[in-house]
Design a protein around this ligand. Sequence first.
Ligand SMILES: Cc1cc2nc3c(=O)[nH]c(=O)nc-3n(C[C@H](O)[C@H](O)[C@H](O)COP(=O)(O)OP(=O)(O)OC[C@H]3O[C@@H](n4cnc5c(N)ncnc54)[C@H](O)[C@@H]3O)c2cc1C
Ligand code: SF4
Length: 572
Amino acid sequence: MKHILNPDIYDVAVVGSGAGGGMAAYVLAEAGANVVMLEAGPMWSAATDGDMFTWNYASPRRGARSKEKPFGEFDGCIGGWEIEGEPYTHAPGTEWDWFRARMLGGRTNHWGRISLRFGPDDFRGYSLDGLGDDWPIGYEDIAPWYDKVDRLVGIFGNRDGFYNEPDGDFLPPPAPRLHELLVMQGAAKMGIPVLANRLSILTKTHNGRPACHFCAQCGRGCATGSNFSSPTVLLSPALGTGRLTIVDHAMAREITTDQEGLATGVSYVNRNDMQEYTVRARTVVLAASACETARLLLNSTSPRHPAGLANSSGAVGRYLMDSTGASVAGIFPQLVGRMPYNEDGVGGAHIYIPWFGYDQQRDFARGYHLEIWGGRQQPGYGFMGGIHTVNNLFEDRPRGGGGYGMQLKQDYRDLYGSVVGFSARGEMIARYENYCEIDPDVVDKYGIPVLRFHVRWSDEEYLQIKHAQEASRSLVEAMGGEVLTPMPSREEGYGILAPGQIIHEVGTVRMGDDPAKAPLNAWCQAHDARNVFVTDGAPFVSQAHKNTTWTILALAWRTADHIVGLRNAGAL
Ligand SMILES: Cc1cc2nc3c(=O)[nH]c(=O)nc-3n(C[C@H](O)[C@H](O)[C@H](O)COP(=O)(O)OP(=O)(O)OC[C@H]3O[C@@H](n4cnc5c(N)ncnc54)[C@H](O)[C@@H]3O)c2cc1C
Ligand code: SF4
């Protein structure tokens, strides 16, 4: 393989263009730094490459999912659970499903846009229950950057003042739809709180981007730029400064270092010509997603960093976390045969059930929230799991399963939109023994050693999901519905999904004040190499039940501001 050295020396090299990389590049380029960004995938724009306006019936596959497109044929993501030529492995008896995007903007092109702040308790879990560790920062340290993210990106919500769910600088939320009103009624009977959801979707024109027109196709990438994606909101203005250079198809292999152990740049394989290149930079920012960032550091060995860059603590790859997850759905007779009405809305729920068990006696730590789904959106192939499966649930529907002609059409009209479900997303405890490392025997098609995962749920997570199952089932009943599936047993893990499945990977390169225990300091700067920073989910010390991206964005902005300060002070 030929090795090609780029003659330019940039101020900063950023690896990855998703939430964390996009934010770092935006702030640094705006502040005057010359930034080069390495992105493993191709350039991609929702406006020109997305399928927001395509009807499912325009395709013979009717929008069905496939191995290459696990979230549906028109989903706005290049990547998936398996990528050809890029394997990962598992230690026996352990699990981790690793979803990877390979495109400009990463997973932000099709993410769910649930944009929750961590609350004060989420930064001090150890002090509250003795599990995991506290963060070296508290909510008050990150709050100003959450505010900045709210104002730049745009987010809707209500100022509810709910415990440990800090309010933000919100745009008005959209009104609840029929199935969401039903959830609110059932929750009120049980004393469960329901808040307006907090999604980074514009309900008003904001910073030159138009309001959402309620097509509900956010997962395909928003062609009008009305929701958050890194290319639309961050990379586009960063490119406008003239100080950001994006190198696409650049699969970073390792961070190069000098004799002092400081970073000098990044070497990468160009996926088009399969040659190896190096870009040089005074500062390196890693944001390739938590596991990939750990992989890069572990693959960057040198005499000064024999166990991998920034890894004198041995903690790189450790404390890997995802959210816990399980779903429960019910069918609601009162929604069968209802009158059609305009229930358009954003691509996501308009309401949200926060963790409601702070005061309860319980046999597990931390908590979960419930995400709500239902209603009538554009149907695709196999929607509702097949009409026959739903029709069969009603004893008074004598024709039973499927059918054809007028009757089948009437069944669709009657039954579509009569199922409502809840997805629990809970906090996993950070544990040293859940980790990824370099597999000594396997390389990917670029010759880069791959990750081997060692992750298991503990009783904390199983019992938490048991609680979520029971609460969701009671909620369905309180709403007057019938749960569609039996309660999973202990042996079935109470229905918990495999770790990784919720796609909230965080941990692996945690922050902490003690260099013997944590690779990064409280500014996400490597203790072992002062010009190396991490701005994806890797620095998280704990996970919280909240979806991760708003905290990634706020931390990334805070870290980038710190880099600007250090550069101005001549300390980088
Ligand atoms: C379907 C789905 C729904 C989601 N819903 C939500 C939600 O509602 N709320 C929420 O908070 N979060 C959600 N998430 C998670 C969210 O997408 C991530 O938290 C966020 O995108 C993480 O940002 P990141 O910068 O770490 O990684 P990414 O956005 O994945 O970006 C990483 C980038 O690095 C690039 N890259 C990787 N390896 C290399 C390499 N070696 N060299 C160069 N480039 C590389 C990738 O191509 C990618 O572009 C969801 C994710 C998915 C997939
Ligand atoms: S629902 Fe709104 S934000 Fe989502 S893709 Fe449609 S217009 Fe864009």
